[in-house]
Design a protein around this ligand. Sequence first.
Ligand SMILES: *[C@@H]1O[C@H](CO)[C@@H](O)[C@H](O)[C@H]1NC(C)=O
Ligand SMILES: *[C@@H]1O[C@H](CO)[C@@H](O)[C@H](O)[C@H]1NC(C)=O
Ligand SMILES: *[C@@H]1O[C@H](CO)[C@@H](O)[C@H](O)[C@H]1NC(C)=O
Length: 461
Amino acid sequence: MWELKGERRAVGLALLLLLLSAAAQARAPRRYTPNWKSLDSRPLPKWFDEAKFGVFVHWGVFSVPAWGSEWFWWHWQGERIPAYENFMKENYPPGFSYADFGPQFTARFFQPDQWAELFQAAGAKYVVLTTKHHEGFTNWPSPVSWNWNSKDVGPHRDLVGELGAAVRKRNLRYGLYHSLMEWFHPLYLLDKKNGFKTQYFVIAKTMPELYDLVNSYKPDLIWSDGEWECPDTYWNSTAFLAWLYNDSPVKDQVVVNDRWGQNCSCHHGGYYNCQDKYRPHSLPNHKWEMCTSVDKASWGYRRDMTLSTIAKENEIIEELVQTVSLGGNYLLNIGPTKDGLIVPIFQERLLAVGKWLQVNGEAIYASKPWRVQSEKNMTVVWYTSKDSAVYATFLNWPENGIINLKSPQTTSATKIRMLGIEEYLSWGQDPQEGVLISLPPLPPTALPVEFAWTLKLTNVK
Ligand SMILES: *[C@@H]1O[C@H](CO)[C@@H](O)[C@H](O)[C@H]1NC(C)=O
Ligand SMILES: *[C@@H]1O[C@H](CO)[C@@H](O)[C@H](O)[C@H]1NC(C)=O
Ligand SMILES: *[C@@H]1O[C@H](CO)[C@@H](O)[C@H](O)[C@H]1NC(C)=O
């Protein structure tokens, strides 16, 4: 009798334990394993898609020669391009090395709060800073970088930490650009000589720095780059990402891009950058980001910049609108000077985006692609949607003041207005297809923006 009772009790207990462990499993966060199949299945934290617009900042020792592009060192001493060799001959004493630029990277006038204020006024929801470009100089006191970091040389400041604090004070998300490779690091060159069969560089430099960046600065985004010479197995990328997603202090919020090894880009990782300045022609089925630079010829600041390579306000806004309509985020780059200043032409372009977004942000932030992305008749139109509204941004004002939208199907309850203007607009069914909308007959100075106006349509299909 007693024994039977004991058995029953044991069975009951086992059942209870089974139920409890099932419940615990249901509650336990999903764990990722270090392979692409598992890592690629992670849902992208939703803040990223909602953010839509970010500012990219390329800043480092390359901001000292500030000539040609941020690839200065490679063009000079890797490829030995004559223009770069001559530039050095004509402007610096014999024997001047790239390392000699380090102390001149002073960041003397760097005021992180001013930068953050500008980025916020630009309407950016995230900021991505180069923590380390291919030159290997770290903008933070890396524990595995001796005399080639911003604490020991140059600014004697923690640039990554200072900008992060300023950006977060304004509730912007903070992303860290990080180059996996370093052109001239002796251990990288050794691994390269060994056909990347050894990982001296990854073990001594890349991985310790990536873990340090995550633990020290708790980034919302890691913008990986410099991956292209080696497979992801050399970089140990999947092991790092599994830790990042499972156990890191930012595991729930962090977003990463797709540059984690040769042939990864556009195939694996978090969102896709594909190549720089990537512009798909139709709606991709994976979240993506277009990164581009106000100075079309360089990401870093260069003194030889001229107006001819500076993107115009219209071009920038058109790219933003097109990118968001096609489901992407727009990451617009500027390069500060070696003393930590952002030149007025960059300020002006960023503030122009901010001004446009003040009026039209409703069609951009947290929007979703609509069933049609664009159409073109008298002007190009880009669509987005949010809740039950459809937004149509048209780039040029039609001469007759009437705009024809082919794709929206109106109902008797349809209402249409222009963002920035309170009154509803009158519209009629187009005899052929779609809707004809009479634009408000306002003088140019009374229009809400100077370029790319947004119509908000409700109760359309
Ligand atoms: C790289 O990954 C291998 C196995 O995946 C592991 O043994 C090694 O410790 C990792 N190295 C670093 C630096 O993370
Ligand atoms: C990447 O693709 C190229 C071209 O198809 C190929 O030669 C190379 O071996 C690939 N690399 C890896 C790591 O798969
Ligand atoms: C373009 O729009 C006008 C109205 O503004 C319309 O009459 C015309 O049919 C449209 N053309 C095409 C090709 O849809």
